[in-house]
Design a binder for this molecule. Structure first.
Ligand SMILES: [Ca+2]
Ligand SMILES: [Ca+2]
Ligand SMILES: [Ca+2]
Length: 427
């Protein structure tokens, strides 16, 4: 007997076998809180035939489920069933038969470990572990058996399968071995996939019992629990209380691994336009351009409208006092003359200034002291000269003989009637 060492290894092997797949529901049993003896009635386990060699036993520091085919049952319904998952697994059309429930899951995994209670061969030893709904209608069954070259595991794909699918063989009787079951229930006929791996080796694939059930015109059952079954009679039955130690059962149902990505859907419709962006920053100033050429002169515009009359101007300043008529007159120039006392006459040359227009006046001869002697009227155009001969009376000649000279006085008016006076003393 080597139960102590083997059970410790059993626990480690089962922990390593658990996977991280998302699970809809799971249950596990390591028998540590079970009482030794029959498993019936403990933590959901049921076993209707208590004459079978299946019991909870001490194993090392803990406990495990011992089983052998020292006694065999009449059918799966006699055997040891675990508690049930809340979510059963199977195809959508599988039958719960009042033994399973919850939301049907398409995928299920199961794990357990086993070890021999003996380190030598137990000829004819064989114990089955199946997936069932609780009334002895399994869908998946593996058999653990002993053979001359060691322990072996095989998959039964029907009840009393004459050619079970080999999974592993030649396994050591010293130490524990782990089993991992992965079951994919696929809608439709003969297509479920059961993959079984022992000690983490590459899995071997088979199928469920869906086809045998359908061939027998039976409903295909759902599964939600484990069954440990002693159903294989032996020529030389194993010793009661020996056989195999099972431990660390774990069961989980879930939605299965994610499928491959589907084909790309059609392109969506265009979204609405986004909002306008903010204004950008101002650019730098450009280089100054060259001056253009001058354009042609435009046409003269039309005359503007006559403006409104201007306001009355302010009174102008008073004018300067005007000069007297004499002051601004044009005196006749007395150019020259000759006194001819013997001929009793005087000849005087006069010139009228151009601006005067004309000179109209009287020429008078006087003594140097001013006594009137003679006179003569004249008129002439502006800018002309005129010789005037004035006759002298005898008394005038006498009055002039002593001084020898005469005063000529001319008084004349211009074209504007302005009078002017001029005088000259002649010898
Ligand atoms: Ca245990
Ligand atoms: Ca059940
Ligand atoms: Ca199927």
């Amino acid at each position: 007997m080597h139960r102590t060492a083997r059970t410790a290894v059993l626990a480690l092997a089962a922990m390593a076998a658990l996977t991280g797949v998302a699970q809809a529901d799971q249950k596990a049993w390591n028998f540590e809180d079970f009482a030794t003896g029959t498993v019936n009635g403990q933590h959901g386990w049921l076993q209707s035939n208590n004459g079978l060699d299946i019991n909870v036993v001490p194993a090392g520091a803990g406990k495990a489920l011992q089983a052998s085919n020292a006694v065999v049952g009449a059918g799966y319904g006699d055997e040891a069933f675990s508690g049930s998952l809340a979510e059963s697994a199977g195809e959508s059309t599988a039958s719960n038969g009042d033994y399973a429930g919850g939301n049907r899951q398409p995928h299920l995994t199961a794990d357990f470990s086993f070890a021999s209670t003996q380190d030598t061969e137990q000829p004819g030893l064989a114990v089955q572990v199946g997936l069932d709904r609780g009334d002895g209608k399994p869908m998946v069954v593996v058999r653990v058996k002993d053979a001359p070259d060691g322990l072996a595991v095989e998959l039964l794909q029907s009840r009393n399968d004459a050619n079970p699918l080999p999974i592993a063989s030649g396994l050591s009787r010293i130490g524990a071995h782990s089993v991992h079951l992965d079951v994919q229930f696929v809608e439709g006929f003969a297509n479920d996939v059961v993959a079984v791996s022992v000690d983490n080796a590459a899995p071997v694939s088979g199928t469920t019992w869906e086809t045998p059930y359908r061939s027998a015109s039976s409903l295909v059952p759902a599964v939600d629990e484990l069954v440990v079954a002693a159903l294989d009679p032996a020529v030389t039955p194993p010793t009661a209380g020996a056989g195999l130690l099972f431990d660390d059962f774990a069961l989980a149902s879930d939605g299965g691994p994610a499928g491959a990505a589907g084909p790309t859907g059609p392109a969506g419709t265009n979204g609405t336009d986004g909002t306008s962006g903010t204004n950008g920053t101002n650019g730098t100033n450009g280089i100054d351009g060259t001056n253009g050429t001058n354009g042609a002169n435009g046409l003269n515009g039309t005359a503007g409208a006559t403006g409104a009359p201007g306001a009355t101007g302010t009174t102008g300043p008073s004018g300067a006092n005007g000069l007297s008529a004499v002051a601004v007159g044009y005196p006749v120039n007395i150019i020259g003359g000759r006194l001819d006392l013997a001929g009793r006459r005087a000849r005087i040359t006069l010139a009228c200034p151009q601006p005067a227009g004309l000179c109209d006046g009287v020429l008078r001869l006087r003594t140097p002291t001013g006594a009137q002697l003679s006179e003569r009227l004249f008129d002439m155009d502006g800018g002309r000269t005129l010789s005037v001969t004035v006759r002298l009376s005898t008394s005038a000649v006498r009055a002039l003989r002593k001084p020898g000279n005469v005063r000529v006085v001319v008084l004349a008016r211009s074209e504007l009637g302005i009078a002017a006076r001029s005088s000259r003393l002649l010898g």
